[in-house]
Design a protein around this ligand. Structure first.
Ligand code: WT7
Length: 657
């Protein structure tokens, strides 16, 4: 049993967050919701748990098209799992052909807005046609089922078309976010043994025209497996085309036939790999499949986003991340939804671009990231107040924990206190959303991802692998398989087993810490590696950061531990403030504020003000880099290939007290 002192407390993570606000959905929202009663959720949750195979079998039959019906629902041999074995389906067929057969060909699939302002609208029939033509184009370049296609493209409809064309013919796509370096592309191409590269002449970002093809040319010098490069004309840059290797997108599709039947693919056929940066540096290619992934993203989209045919859904992620794969392309399109896709930056031509887009297009559901929300707060409310956001009815967040004060701002300023917020917890590895409020029924608490979706069985354990008590933090695992789970790390089975299945045998290890409160709600406490251990008390980063962000002067905060002879670790925080010049007294004020919000235990030992925090390109704060800076390490030994802005590092090092 745990005592009050030393050893045993050090194995649990102290819960110091006191968030008591609760926001139930309005009656109006509940009445029209897809899941409209607590008993409906309880029924789904219990059926999925007590009869997993029956539950998923019924959904797979009703929600997906089968060229060949599956023979078994779930199988596991060692670490190899299979869902819907013996069956054949196709992701692109489920996203396109099925709807056209159901008479929805004229429904809008994608409304696209380019950064410079141009607009395009593609119906399901038009999208189908473009996908078929491009798929035939890929075939003409020798692409066959099982080949890997590397995609490095701007957020244009062609990016979605390329992804769908690949899965239509069973080629495996590997989308690489168009901000990565030539080195990063080459690493990924070589690891995946990519056969074809797709790119564009350039992309628009904050009014500037960035030369994608030049970066790709560099990368291809070191990517010997790549035979051809298809180039989309987007910005009109002049680009050198290498004879025999490079071909323009428009030339490739010009002659191509629009007749390209979807290839029936085994349920377990790899649909795509997506590289994610492991905490050790070397990117890992997370491998997803066809049927299980498709069912998971289709169903989670329907449950969590409460989608109705007259909604306009906008996920602001890039297709280079799993969020874009699952909730711009495959989830919404499987549901015959209409998505908005935006190419550019949130602050071009001005900081109100998102609100302008929402007003003009009448967006009804907005799904974005805490890092963006904190930027909006910093940019100021006047950008929001200029616009009519009354079309919005539901908001979502993903990617990091959301600090309760940022949640409150989102709720008030963007949601007009009327829109439920779904704080969705999941990972590249999980394929789709795992824990989230169901907007029609779940009373939300700022900062909590609330409860698991049907089929998800979370388990929180301490270092000795015992389940922790209510309100105690520990390692978050998933105890039961689900259809969207990753099937491997591309080319590295050993790492797959080691990373996810070894530490807590029989369970999927998420790498996050979490606690469950007395109402059964889950609170993600940050990455396991980020825990700060002060005098034997294990503190989670999000709680200290949230206390700081609740101070009116603070825009963003990152907390890390640094070695301390006395306490084991001392707390070092990096803070971005809303005003240009933070007064020196602010440091003492912030310490007092944390003392009041959490207690003496969590008072930062040092506070540094900075203009920006180092982040991954997907917007996550890179605490491991900050740890090195806080520890006073001169050379940053860690991998920085995913760091958004190198200059921030230099500034932070020079900015020490
Ligand atoms: C990690 C996964 C999920 C798609 C985008 C990121 C953190 C994600 C939340 C949330 C607290 C969150 C976790 C997770 N995370 N969503 N709602 N609350 N933390 O995918 O790059 O694979 O990152 O992001 O730490 O493990 P990813």
């Amino acid at each position: 049993m745990s005592s009050e002192t030393g050893q045993s407390t050090s194995r649990k993570i102290a819960n110091v967050m006191q968030e008591t606000r609760v926001f139930p959905p309005s009656q109006e929202f509940t009445t029209q919701a897809v899941i409209a009663s607590e008993s409906q959720y309880q029924h789904l949750y219990k059926s999925a748990k007590s009869d997993r195979d029956g539950f998923w079998s019924d959904l797979a039959k009703s929600e997906l098209h089968w060229f060949k019906p599956f023979e078994s629902v779930f199988n596991r041999e060692g670490h190899v799992v299979s869902w819907f074995g013996g069956g054949q389906t196709n992701l692109a067929y489920n996203c396109l052909d099925r709807h056209i057969e159901n008479g929805l060909g004229e429904r809008t699939a994608i409304i696209w807005e380019g950064e410079p302002g141009e607009q395009r609208r593609l119906t399901y029939a038009e999208l189908h046609r473009e996908v078929c033509k491009f798929a035939n184009g890929l075939k003409s370049l020798g692409v066959r089922t099982g080949d890997v296609v590397s995609i490095y493209m701007p957020m244009t409809p062609e990016l979605a078309i390329a992804m769908l064309a690949c899965v239509r013919i069973g080629a495996i796509h590997s989308v690489i976010f168009a901000g990565f370096s030539a080195e990063a592309i080459a690493d990924r191409n070589n690891d995946a043994r990519a056969k074809i590269q797709l790119t564009s002449d350039g992309l628009w970002r904050r009014g500037k025209n960035l030369p994608l093809k030049a970066t790709v040319d560099e990368a291809l010098k070191k990517s010997p497996t790549v035979e051809h490069c298809v180039v989309l004309r987007r910005v009109g840059n002049e680009v050198p085309m290498q004879a025999g290797r490079d071909v323009w997108w428009h030339d490739l599709v010009e002659q191509a036939s629009a007749d390209c039947p979807a290839t029936p693919l085994d349920s377990e056929a790899t649909s795509f790999i997506l590289y994610t940066s492991g905490s050790t540096g070397k990117p890992k290619g997370i491998r997803h499949t066809t049927a299980g992934y498709n069912l998971w993203v289709k169903q989670t989209f329907a449950w969590v986003f409460d989608y109705k045919p007259d909604d306009l859904f906008w996920c602001t992620a890039d297709c280079g991340w799993i969020t874009g794969h699952s909730y711009i392309v495959y989830g919404p399109l499987s549901n015959a939804a209409t998505v908005l896709m935006y190419e550019g930056a949130p602050n071009f031509p001005a900081e109100d671009r998102f609100w302008d887009i929402i007003e003009r297009h009448r967006v009804t559901i907005l799904y974005t990231a805490p890092t963006a929300i904190r930027a909006f707060i910093k940019w100021g409310d006047h950008h929001v107040e200029k616009h009519d956001l009354s079309s919005l009815r539901l908001l979502g967040t993903v990617g990091e924990g959301i600090n309760p004060e940022a949640w409150m701002w989102y709720h008030r300023k963007i949601g007009g206190e009327r829109c439920p917020i779904v704080d969705t917890w999941w990972q590249t590895e999980t394929g789709g959303i795992m824990m989230s409020p169901l907007p029609g029924i779940t009373p939300t608490k700022p900062g909590s991802c609330t409860r698991p979706l049907p089929g998800i069985v979370p388990l929180i354990v301490d270092e000795e692998l015992h389940a922790v008590d209510v309100d105690q933090g520990g390692m978050l695992c998933i105890a039961e398989p689900w259809p969207g789970m990753l099937r491997g790390i591309w080319g590295d089975d050993e790492r797959f087993v080691e990373q996810y299945w070894t530490k807590v045998p029989g369970n999927y290890l998420t790498g996050d810490n979490a606690r469950q409160d007395a109402d059964g709600y889950y609170w993600i406490m940050g990455r396991i590696d980020d825990v700060i251990n002060v005098s034997g008390h294990r503190l989670s980063t999000i709680e200290i950061e949230s206390a700081l962000v609740s101070h009116p002067s603070v825009a963003e905060a990152a907390a890390v531990g640094r070695p301390d002879d006395l306490k084991g670790q001392a707390i070092s925080v990096f803070v971005t403030v809303k005003s240009a010049d933070p007064p020196t007294e602010l440091k003492d004020e912030l310490k007092a504020h944390v003392r009041k919000e959490i207690g003496a235990l969590a008072v930062p030992d040092d506070i540094r003000f900075t203009n920006a925090l180092p982040k991954t390109r997907s917007g996550k704060i890179m605490r491991r880099l900050l740890r090195d800076i806080a520890a006073g390490k001169e050379e940053i030994a860690q991998d920085t290939s995913t760091l958004e802005d190198y200059s921030i590092l230099a500034k932070l090092r020079g900015d020490e007290e």
